[in-house]
Design a protein around this ligand. Structure first.
Ligand code: PLP
Length: 380
C-alpha cells in the first residue's frame, strides 16, 4: 500500500545526513566528552559543533545553549528553573490557554506548589491579544511563557510584541518554539526572548534530543543534579549521538528553511483549496494570515475526527486529530475550545502537517481519499 505521511507536527523522519553524522558515535567513536584522551576529545568536538549549529538556527551564542532530552524537558527546565530562581521576587507566571502540555503541566505543577498562574485567552484564530498581557502583568509576575506557534493549528503568536511588553516591565520571557523551528525564521534577539525551547525530532533530528536557549546572564538553578556537565547547567553524561544528530538537523533546518517554507506552503495551499473545493461543510481552524506554512487544521462538522483519521490510516494516510501527546484522549481539543469552538466543532477536526519531502501527487491523493471517506460516512 502507498503510504503518505502528513503528520510532521507529531514527528519527522530522521534525515539521512543526520543519521550519517550520528552513526560514528553509536559505533567506534564512543568516547565520553568529559574524558581528556583522544576518544573524549572527539566526542567533545561533536558537542561543540552541535552547539554552534543549534545556536546558529536561532541567532544565539553557543554558550547560551543547554542540551536536553527534548522539548518537554526544555519547557520544564525553563519554567521550573525560573520559578526556583525568582521565587523570592514573585509568585505569578503568565502563560496561554493553548500551550503544549509540557508548558501547561509545568505551570499546573507550580500552581500546586503555591504559584499563581494566569492563562491568557486567545481569539477565534488562536492568537493572544498583547494588551491582555499588558493588563495581566503586575509586580508579582516573574515569567511569561507564550508558545511561538501552536502544534494543532499552526497559528503563530505576536511574539515580538508580547516579549517587548514583558521586557519593558523587567519580566523574563520564555517561548516554546518546538513547532516554529525550521518552519519560520527565528532570531532570539529580534524576538527579544530570554529562554526558548527546541526539539530535535520535529526537525528531522533524533527523538530524545532538544535544547534550551538561556540568555547570557540568566542562571536558573540546576534541576538535574550530578556532575558538571553542560557547564554545570544539566548533569549527566551527554547523549553524544543524539546531540550530534540534533546539531546536524539544526544546520539542515537553517539551510533549507526558505525552500521548506516554499514547498510546504505551496502544498498546504493546494490541500486547503482541494478540501474546501470538494468537501462541504469544512472549516479551517486557526489564523489564515499568521500561521506555519506546513500546517492545516480543518473541522468537518457532523463527523468524528478520530474516526476520519482511522479511516484515512486504513488507506495508508497518516494524519492526526491534534496533538500527538493527546492522541489517546477522546476529549475535544482544548486548543480549539479555547478558540471558542463548541465541543462538537472541536471533536471533528483533522490536522494535516506537511514536510519538505511531500509531493503534489500526495496532496491530490489525500484530497481524493478524504472526499471518498466523507462521502461514504455521510451516506451511512
Ligand atoms: N512543545 C510543543 C509545541 C510540541 O508540539 C511538542 C511535541 O509535540 C513538545 C513541546 C514536546 O517536545 P518533545 O516531544 O521533544 O518532548
Amino acid at each position: 500500500m502507498q503510504r503518505t505521511y502528513f503528520d510532521h507536527n507529531a514527528t519527522t523522519r530522521l534525515d539521512p545526513s543526520v543519521l550519517n553524522v550520528m552513526l560514528p558515535f553509536l559505533a567506534d567513536n564512543y568516547g565520553n566528552p568529559s574524558s581528556i584522551h583522544w576518544f573524549g576529545r572527539d566526542a567533545r568536538r561533536a558537542l561543540d559543533t552541535a552547539r554552534r549549529h543549534t545556536a546558529d538556527l536561532i541567532g544565539a551564542e553557543p554558550e547560551e545553549i543547554v542540551f536536553t532530552s527534548g522539548g518537554t524537558e526544555s519547557d520544564n527546565q525553563a519554567i521550573l528553573g525560573i520559578a526556583c530562581l525568582l521565587r523570592d521576587r514573585g509568585d505569578r507566571i503568565i502563560t496561554t490557554a493553548i500551550e503544549h502540555q509540557a508548558v501547561l503541566n509545568s505551570c499546573l505543577h507550580l500552581q500546586q506548589m503555591g504559584f499563581r498562574i494566569t492563562f491568557l485567552p486567545v481569539d477565534s484564530e488562536g492568537r493572544i491579544d498583547p494588551s491582555d498581557l499588558e493588563h495581566a502583568l503586575d509586580k508579582d509576575v516573574i515569567l511569561v511563557s507564550i508558545m511561538h506557534a501552536n502544534n494543532e493549528t499552526g497559528t503563530v503568536q505576536p511574539l515580538r510584541e508580547a516579549a517587548s511588553i514583558a521586557r519593558a516591565r523587567g519580566v523574563l520571557f520564555h517561548t516554546d518554539a518546538v513547532q516554529a523551528a525550521g518552519r519560520i525564521p527565528i532570531d532570539v534577539n529580534k524576538l527579544g526572548v530570554d529562554l526558548l525551547s527546541l526539539s530535535g525530532h520535529k526537525i528531522h533530528g533524533p527523538k530524545g534530543s532538544g535544547a534550551l536557549f538561556v540568555r547570557r546572564g540568566i542562571q536558573p538553578p540546576v534541576l538535574i543534579h550530578g556532575g558538571h556537565h553542560e557547564h554545570g547547567r544539566r548533569a549527566g553524561t551527554e547523549n553524544v549521538p543524539a546531540i550530534a544528530g540534533l546539531g546536524e538537523a539544526c544546520r539542515l533546518a537553517k539551510e533549507r528553511l526558505p525552500e521548506t517554507a516554499r514547498v510546504t506552503g505551496m502544498l498546504r495551499e493546494r490541500l486547503e483549496k482541494g478540501i474546501l473545493g470538494q468537501i462541504n461543510p469544512a472549516l479551517v481552524n486557526g489564523s489564515l494570515e499568521s500561521r506555519l506554512p506546513n500546517t492545516l487544521n480543518v473541522s468537518f462538522p457532523g463527523l468524528d475526527g478520530q474516526f476520519l483519521a482511522i479511516n484515512l490510516d486504513l488507506m495508508g494516510i497518516a494524519v492526526s486529530t491534534g496533538s500527538a501527546c493527546h492522541a489517546e484522549s477522546r476529549e475535544p481539543s482544548y486548543v480549539l475550545k479555547a478558540m471558542g469552538r463548541s465541543d462538537e466543532e472541536a471533536s471533528c477536526c483533522i490536522r494535516f502537517s506537511l514536510g519538505h519531502e511531500n509531493t503534489v501527487d500526495e496532496v491530490d491523493r489525500v484530497v481524493a481519499a478524504l472526499n471518498q471517506v466523507i462521502k461514504d460516512l455521510r451516506a451511512v
